[in-house]
Design a binder for this molecule. Structure first.
Ligand SMILES: Nc1nc2c(ncn2[C@@H]2O[C@H](COP(=O)(O)OP(=O)(O)OP(=O)(O)O)[C@@H](O)[C@H]2O)c(=O)[nH]1
Ligand SMILES: [Mg+2]
Length: 684
């Protein structure tokens, strides 16, 4: 265990395909953790090792690396860039102390980049920026830097600037020094900034110095008086600015050419915080953990990976204290005692046992645990602490699944169920009535890949059927009805009787139950049964089999029988009352509406907007910058389920989009009719 002041724990974050995994590969190579640089194109990188990742050439789950750089331990997490695989982003951000935010030099910051940046800010993590792919023909470093301020509203300070022409890059210049890395026959060698680039670098230096000065009241005065800051003043201001988010230092390079890696590692060392700098951890009960090796040993499990040897690896971040392999800690969610004996360091799919002990900030893999799951906290039972649960976005889309061969439902269900352990954003349901299997996730690709994985691992053939739109039903108005269940068959009868008032609530309210029984018209113990009967019927829907939402039930009267009343009978009474109320009220179908963000070259804007209105979309706004237009719109989910191929066709493959659930809206009557007819056909 190296010195904790030098230890770094950070995530690599950025939009799809900007080069995060390639960057991690370069960093691992520079640090000597691997002795040859793998390539995405060859499927040979250290951190994209799952077969689905190598075949699609894209990351689909977080990957971890532990390595040493200049005598200090680094814990790196490489994240996917696609929204489909980022449902657990907040879990990862909880586990790290800083971020390398990667931006593609061709695209600059993209719409999803804005969302990622916001998550980093919400997690209060300092970040440094790396502008990658500066070697590419169409790379535009200035545009990429400008997009940082225009899209993210941050004050970038360029620390390293590419020199040369796009497509013919000469190297990297240190903006605040005179040194440069010059490419010579494909290798980067140390040198000085060539004369022809000096002026350009001087301009960047002035802009940077002014930005640095503006971040600090004392410095700005000195700068305005003297027009200069010393190297020491700048370094310390950048360090503080990075911590507060006031300044964001920008580095550059080309991961594929192994250019800029060492400078970036030095920047991580100099500018990102150590675990000791981290603010105290607090839980919902007001308990505190200091990010110190002397506090109570505490580990937060923030991710689960599948592993060929021990089924699952549980990834933990040491929150506080010193964790050694001869220790047992208590799972605070289950009360089980768990051994730390199998703690390991990760390097892609490889792991090595931890020999001694690790302090705060360490990212470790645990295996052979009894009850641990993602989100649990392990600590000493006598001194409790529970890391608050990070938020995950709601599932966006559901598909029905079927086995290729008849009768294979159970096998298909089991195959997907195995994935749930490692993927907190996947949901699996089985309709008790139709026995249909439903899978929900973050998007189409998320579900397709999950199915691909399940097929490979469990050797089943699965057919993915049409996507299911999660419609809802709701009511208008208010009524009072009686639900009476009475049966006399031989011996003991069944009797339950309730009066309810059912009324509509505003959109998004869900379901509210009010117990207004006075004088024991219904005995206490049967009241929850009425509620349950109503909820269960509401789940089954009325119009088209979708859950009924946004309504209130007031239970205000009823009667019972000393012998014949039971929970079951009152549940039936509740269900009867619900159905009666539905028959008398106006029932409406609600459809989910998503916020869609499309980013396209300017010239396609007209086509894309026209197409969105034909999908009943409402454009909320658009922004154009650097030749790229970003359109935001509300669109009913049913109209946009298969948007990817259409957008590709419309924009010659240059369009990108993300979407997330926004709200429910009353469906137009033609849609309602269609959905009701489909349901009727299914239930025949
Ligand atoms: N020319 C050039 N290509 C690069 C560079 N860095 C990465 N690439 C290529 O860009 C593509 C995407 O690289 P990845 O490393 O998979 O990017 P990523 O950000 O990890 O992608 P996701 O994890 O799928 O979001 C691959 O084809 C890489 O070879 C670079 O500096 N220069
Ligand atoms: Mg990747």
């Amino acid at each position: 265990m190296g010195p904790l002041t030098k230890q770094r724990t950070y995530a690599i974050v950025g939009t799809a395909g900007c080069g995060k995994t390639s960057l991690a590969e370069m960093l691992l190579f520079q640090a000597g953790a691997i002795n040859r640089m793998g390539k995405i194109e060859e499927g040979s990188t250290t951190l994209d090792y799952e077969p689905e990742e190598t075949s699609h050439k894209s990351s689909m789950q977080p990957a971890f690396a532990t390595f040493e750089y200049k005598g200090a331990q680094h814990f790196l997490v490489d994240l996917p860039g696609d929204n489909n695989f980022l449902g657990d982003l907040n879990y990862i951000l909880t586990a790290v102390d800083g971020v390398i935010f990667v931006v593609d030099a061709i695209d600059g910051v993209r719409p999803l980049g804005r969302k990622l940046w916001k998550a980093i800010q919400d997690a209060e993590l300092p970040a440094i920026v790396f502008i990658n792919k500066i070697d590419r023909d169409r790379a535009d470093f200035d545009m990429a830097v400008n997009s940082l301020s225009s899209m993210l509203g941050i004050r970038p300070v360029v620390m390293q600037s590419p020199i040369g022409q796009p497509g013919n890059i000469a190297g990297l210049a240190d903006v605040f020094g005179n040194s440069a890395l010059l490419l010579d026959g494909g290798k980067a060698v140390n040198g000085v900034v060539p004369d022809e680039f000096k002026e350009e670098i001087a301009v960047l230096r002035d802009v940077g110095m002014e930005n640095i000065a503006s971040s600090d009241e004392v410095l700005i005065e000195k700068y305005l008086e003297e027009g200069e800051l010393t190297q020491e003043e700048m370094n310390s201001a950048i360090k503080t600015g990075t911590k507060t988010g006031e300044l964001v230092p920008v580095f550059a390079g080309a991961s594929l050419l192994n250019l800029g890696g060492e400078l970036l590692l030095d920047a991580v060392d100099a500018l990102l915080p150590s675990p000791l700098d981290r603010p105290d951890w607090k839980d919902a009960e007001g308990n505190v953990r200091k990010s110190s090796p002397d506090d109570t040993p505490t580990v937060f499990i923030f991710n689960t990976l599948s592993d060929p040897f021990s089924a699952y690896l549980y990834m933990g971040r040491v929150v506080s204290g010193t964790v050694s392999t001869d220790m047992s800690l208590t799972d605070m969610q289950t009360g089980e005692s768990e051994r730390m004996g199998n703690a390991m360091f990760m390097l892609g799919k490889n792991h090595t046992p931890i020999k001694d002990a690790v302090g705060p900030g360490a990212i470790i893999a645990l295996s052979k645990l009894k009850s641990v799951k993602t989100g649990h906290t392990l600590t000493e039972e006598k001194n409790p602490f529970i890391v608050p649960q990070p938020e995950t976005p709601p599932q966006l889309i559901s598909y029905a699944l079927a086995p290729k061969e008849k009768g294979g439902e159970d096998k298909v269900y089991a195959a997907i169920q195995k994935l749930l352990e490692e993927d907190p954003c996947l949901r699996l349901f089985r309709d008790e009535v139709t026995s249909e299997i439903l899978i929900s996730g973050m998007g189409q690709l998320h579900i397709e890949i999950a199915v691909e994985k399940a097929q490979r691992r469990s050797k089943v053939d699965i057919v993915l059927k049409t996507p299911q739109v999660p419609y809802r039903e709701t009511i208008q108005g208010k009524v009072q009805v009686q639900g009476r269940h009475k049966k006399q068959t031989g011996g003991r009868g069944q009797f339950g009787d309730c009066w309810i008032e059912m009324e509509a609530l505003p959109r998004g309210s869900g379901y509210v139950f009010e117990d207004a029984i006075v004088g024991g018209a219904i005995p206490r113990q049967y009241i929850p049964a009425v509620d349950k009967g109503i909820q269960e019927s509401a789940m089954r829907g009325f119009l088209a089999g979708y859950p009924v939402v946004d309504f209130k039930v007031k239970l205000y009267d009823g009667s019972y029988h000393n012998v014949d009343s039971s929970e079951m009978a009152f549940k039936m009474a509740g269900s009867i009352a619900f159905k009666k109320a539905m028959e008398q009220l106006k029932v409406k179908l609600l459809e989910p509406v998503v916020t869609l963000m499309v980013s396209i070259p300017d010239e396609f804007m007209g086509d894309v907007i026209g197409d969105l209105s034909s999908r009943r979309g409402k454009v909320l706004g658009s922004d154009s910058q650097g030749g790229v237009t970003e359109v935001r719109a509300h669109v009913p989910m049913s109209e946009i389920l298969r948007y990817a191929p259409d957008l590709r066709a419309m924009t010659a493959g240059q369009g990108m989009f993300t979407m997330e659930f926004d709200h429910y809206e009353e469906a137009p009557s033609n849609i309602t009719e269609k959905v009701v007819a489909e349901f009727a056909a299914l239930s025949q």
